[in-house]
Ligand binder design. Structure first.
Ligand code: TXA
Ligand code: MG
Length: 384
């Protein structure tokens, strides 16, 4: 039997309950932004697109509004939020001064290296953690003396930030510990019972995983807190800056919820197998007691070319899903794939461990956490 016959073609459109969000249907971007601004000004939440994942946003200067984020997400109060900031006009002749003016209400000290990073990567998927200025709310920083800032590049996010004129505190728009949303439909599914949550639909996210987070709040080289859409090699190539990686000082290190071992997790058990051992994995899948369910076996797309697959009855036990062995494309589709598979009633999901190498660090990080926290009754779940 040829491989193509086993390929699961994931439905491109999932049927969600009709979107009750009246803003999504026929309004122009500026009308949608105006409505979104009024939601923020009255202290309510909204979901906004960014180039990484969708965010659940509130006015970062309104403590009551920010508290609503923690409540809706189910996120512990000591897990700080990223404040999203507007960028200077693209044609500004004095970008450095503009950035300093934008940062000054939030950051107490802006090291030279941070300014260099900003000039190369903002607006974009890089978050920088600064010493906070006095006026930044404790509920935004989880009580720490640092604040995470980023200027997203998504045009609708920038349009919103410009029209709003303040900072928007926004974590990823998912329930705590779950898979981040990369489309408006994912946000709706995540908060299915919040009919009045305004979701600004900006299409599918360009990067598909969260921003890279660097700590620039201490003396010395920037320190990696979370691998993400921008690699350290890109940072080195474009700025000459070496970012420090490795173990943190547990006592003094900032709390980073993305550093929990279990995170980004599907309800279906997710296992990682050694990337080149898919045939051994296949045999294991076939021996599983599937209780009438199927297994989802994710393979690198190049495996399609050189493969003998099981015949007959065995073939009905497994759906094959082929994914690109290229880190950017893989990241772009990862959360969508995990969500789609999680809703397809599989017994379990098997994914290849990404190859070694820094290009895959962010994806490997997300997959390992997703695997650790996966399963309906996993003791590794969110509480860990
Ligand atoms: O791409 C992204 O970063 C997305 C979009 C929406 O901007 N946001 C996002 O937010 O991933 P969230 O809350 O899901 O993850 C932000 C991470 C958390 O792990 C949080 O603990 C960390 O940033 N963080 C926030 N403030 C911090 C601080 N002051 N020091 C250290 N880590 C901080
Ligand atoms: Mg998150």
């Amino acid at each position: 039997m040829r491989l193509e016959q086993h390929v699961l073609l994931l439905p491109m459109i999932w049927v969600f309950p009709p979107n009750p969000n009246k803003f999504e249907t026929h309004l122009s971007d500026s009308q949608r932004i105006a409505e979104a601004v009024s939601v923020l000004r009255r202290g309510d939440l909204l979901a906004m697109p960014t180039e990484t994942v969708y965010g659940l946003g509130a006015d970062a200067s309104n403590a009551i509004a920010v508290e609503k984020i923690y409540q809706l997400k189910g996120r512990p109060a000591n897990h700080p939020l990223i404040v999203h900031l507007q960028a200077p006009p693209a044609d500004s002749k004095q970008k450095e001064e503009d950035w300093l003016a934008i940062l000054s209400p939030w950051a107490r000290h802006i090291p030279e290296s941070a300014l260099v990073l900003i000039q190369h990567f903002w607006p974009g998927p890089l978050t920088l953690v600064f010493q906070k200025s006095k006026s930044v709310l404790d509920c935004v920083t989880g009580g720490q003396d640092t604040v995470a800032l980023r200027s997203p590049s998504h045009p609708l996010a920038q349009g919103l930030l410009k029209a709003f004129g303040g900072g928007i505190a926004a974590p990823s728009a998912n329930r705590f510990g779950r898979i981040s949303p990369t489309s408006a439909a994912h946000v709706r599914a995540e908060f299915i019972d919040c009919n009045d949550l305004l979701i600004l639909d900006g299409g599918d996210c360009q990067f598909g995983i969260e921003s890279t987070i660097l700590d620039v709040s201490t003396e010395g080289a920037p320190r990696l807190l979370r691998p993400g859409s921008i690699t350290l090699q890109q940072i080195k190539e474009r700025t000459g800056i070496d970012v420090v990686t490795g173990a943190q000082d547990i006592v003094s290190s900032p709390r980073v919820s993305g550093s929990l071992k279990a995170h980004y997790a599907p309800q279906t058990p997710l296992y990682l197998y050694s990337g080149d051992q898919w045939t051994a994995q296949l045999q294991k899948c076939l021996q599983e007691d599937l209780l009438g369910k199927k297994v989802a076996l994710v393979l690198w797309d190049q495996e399609q070319l050189n493969t003998a697959l099981p015949q007959d009855d065995d073939a009905n036990k497994i759906d094959y899903i082929f994914v690109p062995q290229e880190p950017f494309q893989f990241a772009q589709g990862l959360y969508r794939l995990l969500r789609d598979l999680d809703q397809s009633n599989y017994q379990s999901i098997y994914m290849p461990t990404p190859p070694a190498g820094e290009d895959w660090d962010a994806v490997r990080d997300r997959l390992q956490r997703a695997s650790f926290g996966s399963g309906p009754s996993s003791s590794n779940h969110i509480s860990s």
